[in-house]
Design a protein around this ligand. Sequence first.
Ligand code: FRU
Length: 524
Amino acid sequence: MKKILVLILCPLVVGPIWGLAQRVDNAEENKQDTTRPYQETYRPQLHFTPKAHWNNDPNGMVYYAGVYHLFFQYYPVGTQWGPMHWGHAISKDLLHWDEKAIALYPDSLGYIFSGSAVVDKENTSGFGKNGIVPLVAVFTYHDPKGDKAGRNDFETQAVAYSLDSGKSWVKYGHNPVVKNPGIRDFRDPKVCWYAPTKSWIMTLATKDRITFFSSPNLIDWKKESEFGHNVGSHGGVWECPDLYLVEKSNKLNKTGKAIWVLSVNVGSGAPSGGSATQYFTGDFDGHHFTASDTLTKWLDYGPDEYAGVNWSNTGNDLYFLGWMSNTRYAGATPTSTWRGGMTLTRKLGLAEVNDHYYVTSVPLTETLKKNASGSQQIKKNSAGIYVLESQKLNSPFMLTLNADYSHDFAITLRNKTGDKLVLGYDKADNAYYIDRSAAGKTDFADGFGARHKAPRLATGKEIYLQLIFDKSSVELFADRGKTSMTSLFFVKDGFDKLEISSNQTDFDLKHAGLQWIKSIWTGK
Ligand code: FRU
């Protein structure tokens, strides 16, 4: 549906709905110092963004030989969505990134849409030569000509491999490896190894459901089953799924089995409007996924985490990262020479609340602390407000606080222009919220300037909040990851004042402190 809309408005562009914002002109565009791209006004200092141009979904995330690879949907010609490539960046700590050459270019079979990568340790594919273990990327070809012609079979699945640690890639000579049965939205393969049946499992988004395929060798695929057309959120098309086992040591369910999670990104209709990542908990037996309940659960309730999936080949640890934007306005955000970017990496776990399983997500706190330049406690003034005034609030920091759930409280960040970003806990609603309605520029997209909320799932009395602020984003992690929210904002000046206050007079925090985190782009 979304592609049809774009075609009507802009016949030369075939692609997702973000193309709608194509003609938005941002004054910022011409004002920036392009010789220091990482110093641009809204450029995140803790998050990956490509040096220039458009990016969306994270792709092919794989850990190999001490290095985390992050590929991403990339259009290297402009700051709007266009013919998709896989860009590439690497990291040793999931915080500092080094952008590399483009890994996959579009070709006669189509654009290179989202997908995953695996380490084929046993060389099941036969791509390995001379004992070199191949890295295999499994991705979607999106044929723009087929799309434009109104066909239904223009998305297919294909493979490519690398024998030099992801530096260069060879596309398999007999692509596609999964043909399209006539489903317009047939994409974003996430592949994992399922040891009990010695099979690769492909989890594929197929319009309004997930289709599972299995393969002994990453080349010959057999359809196993479908899941989900009648459960979960269906406000938009299903995209970018992931299937994973939550670390056994975190929690065993009552039968002693570990929990499988199927996450599914949905293009619109999410709690904060537009796109977000929902998930199902349950069991996977190598053929079928069975959900343990029919609740619709969200990995991040904020407006700006989408297309998130986990790195592959990280053992029992699950590291998750999403695109930090929203399909509603991704093409209109007021950035300059680049557009898009990623969330911080999160470690996923499992919590049981009222007999239901929830995926928890927390930032890599120790890694962030290692990159800290100092810390500061926030003191209460005579009016009962916790206040910190500092120009340093314009640079990245992590704020942590312990509060009691019996009080409302608001954390307000202000600047000299009068912009304010307000976050907090609403006792009556038992919800956390982020209100960016007065936080600078909002008029580039309808509905951007809004207050978004997320339920507090934790049942204990103590509230523990971890908030990570960067130039143009905040990520909220509450109660050891039971609730998380990501939100972009575009203030006209850097923040210089932080206040934590409550309407209730006996408001007291057990702890309120922050750590200043150094930019990951120092020298760039
Ligand atoms: C999600 C998505 C994917 C697709 C890619 C195209 O944001 O629409 O489903 O593969 O983006 O760039």
